[in-house]
Design a protein around this ligand. Structure first.
Ligand code: FAD
Length: 463
């Protein structure tokens, strides 16, 4: 007979990795509990990540459109202003709506929620401390505790001048000068929000390029377009220190002139949340950066203890965490579960958006894979021109001999939505000819994807 405190699965962490896994396990008829230390479910993604950043990107884009972009359409908007508090309130409402949606799903699927901090006592017993103060036994434990912003050597967060994305999503006023450390997705997205609202934004990146995970052609275009928007960049230089300076601070950069700033946003990497979890104390293995090591079934070195999402490293993306959560419990309870890491989309929600799936030209060349590539500029796309949003391009890369799609890379308005077709094509092992032969509606931006694929065989019609 099962005890009341015994579950088939205890999920630690209610983010997109954990809550999705909990729901799937419950759907499979399992008795499931989930422990979350935060006030609301949804994790980083919902509370201080994907969703609030997109809410602010949208509000700031609307303001920017009124003040700058509408003029090209012959529209004059005068006396346009914004209410930052209202923008923030709107963002909070969206978070609350989605968080209560997850609460509802937990109730619907009879998932027991515990509020508190989880600490592993052994492979199958977890102590929960907080609002819930219980010891829980489980057939399997799934760790989905996510990640948090990492400081950089010589510079630590102080919560007011030197901040992480969490604070940068909730500034009470627009900083006059914002220095962003790190030219990845988080830094450029939040930099865009504050730039559009009037801040002077300088991005400092230790590499010699922005968006290092993107294809080089795309990141070059992105740099050009972001500079045109008013972003300033200091590339190939590391921040060495941040000192208080009057109301603001002074940012020292190796071999370059120092910068004055009101706020410094550190967006140069994230580290796994495993402190206090008890995982390493039980002998659980982590890699040299502290990410939990797992096997192909997402089982850690502790039998019966699994881990998914940011805490195991790799692409730090919500949909990657969810895909792993789903696959992990399916593998555990049905014997089948799989994530195709080769078809994992990445999107940067700047304007224009940067979106890609599969490998870049550089990584394929490095591996010696014979490739062929085709591109199409949005300047040749009727819909993009009609929208007044024709900056950017699409690049399709296929195997030179088999024609199998190996990577699709884009920069352009709504590129993130366009990417879905390329992801589906890669998932179904399509060739570039398959993409080229699909009939695309006119006039849509998606025609540029078809044209990029056609251009591989020099058969593009409009370029
Ligand atoms: P998390 O979402 O971090 O959830 C982990 C949960 O575990 C947290 O709620 C935490 O409170 C809880 N927890 C931790 N330790 C314990 C413990 N001991 N006991 C109990 N609970 C615990 N990804 C995208 O795909 N698209 C985007 O647009 C995007 N934008 C982002 C913007 C920002 C500003 C940031 C910071 C991230 C963004 N991400 C985005 C990344 C995305 O948020 C993460 O990849 C995702 O949240 C990881 O999910 P997870 O379930 O692994 O962990």
């Amino acid at each position: 007979k099962r005890r009341n405190d015994e579950y088939d699965l205890l999920v630690v962490g209610g983010g997109p990795g954990g809550y999705v896994a909990a729901i799937r396990a419950a759907q499979l008829g399992k008795r499931v509990a989930c422990v979350e230390k935060g006030r609301t479910l949804g994790g980083t993604c919902l509370n201080v990540g994907c969703i609030p950043s997109k809410a602010l990107l949208e509000s700031s884009a609307k303001y920017h459109e009124c003040t700058a972009a509408l003029a090209d359409h012959g529209i004059t908007a005068e006396g346009v202003s914004f209410d930052l508090k209202k923008m923030m309130d709107r963002k909070e409402t969206i978070i609350q709506t989605l968080a209560s949606g997850i609460d509802f799903l937990f109730k619907k699927n009879r998932i027991q929620r515990f509020s508190g901090i989880a600490h592993l006592l052994d492979n199958r017993m977890v102590q929960i401390t907080g609002e819930s103060d219980v010891k829980v036994h489980a057939g399997a434990v799934l760790i989905a505790t996510g990640s948090r912003a990492a400081a950089i050597p010589g510079v630590d967060f102080d919560g007011s001048r030197v901040v992480s994305s969490t604070e940068a999503l909730a500034f009470s006023e627009v900083p006059r000068r914002l220095v962003v450390v790190g030219a990845g997705a988080i830094g450029l997205e939040l930099g865009s929000v504050w730039l559009r609202l009037g801040a002077e934004v300088t991005v400092v990146e230790s590499l010699d390029r922005i968006l290092p995970a993107a294809d080089k052609d795309i990141s070059k275009q992105a740099l050009r377009l972001f500079k045109k928007q008013g972003f300033k960049f200091v590339l190939g230089a590391g921040v060495e220190g941040v000192e208080p300076d009057g109301e603001g601070c002074r940012v020292t950069i190796a071999g370059r002139e120092s910068l004055s700033a009101d706020k410094v946003l550190l967006a140069a990497g994230r580290k796994p949340c495993i402190d206090g979890l008890g995982f390493t104390e039980l002998g659980g293995r982590t890699d040299r950066w502290g990410f939990i090591e797992v096997d192909s079934c997402w089982q850690t070195s502790l039998p019966g203890v699994y881990a998914v999402g940011d805490v195991i490293g790799g692409a730090m993306l919500a949909h990657k965490a969810s895909a792993e959560g789903l696959a992990c419990v399916e593998k555990l309870f049905t014997g089948y579960g799989h994530v195709n890491y080769r078809a994992l989309p990445s999107i940067v929600y700047t304007h224009p958006e940067v979106a890609f799936v599969g490998q870049t030209e550089e990584s394929l060349t490095r591996e010696g894979v014979p490739i062929k590539a085709g591109t199409c500029s949005f300047k040749a796309n009727g819909r993009a021109l009609a929208l007044g949003d024709a900056d950017g391009l699409i690049k399709v890369i296929a195997h030179r001999d088999t024609d199998r799609l190996l990577g699709v890379h884009m920069i352009g308005g709504q590129a993130g939505d366009l990417l879905a077709e390329a992801v589906a094509a890669m998932e179904f092992a399509a060739s570039s000819e398959d993409l080229a032969r699909v009939c695309h509606a006119h006039p849509t931006r998606s025609e540029a994807l078809q044209e990029a694929a056609r251009s591989i065989e020099q058969a593009a019609i409009h370029q």
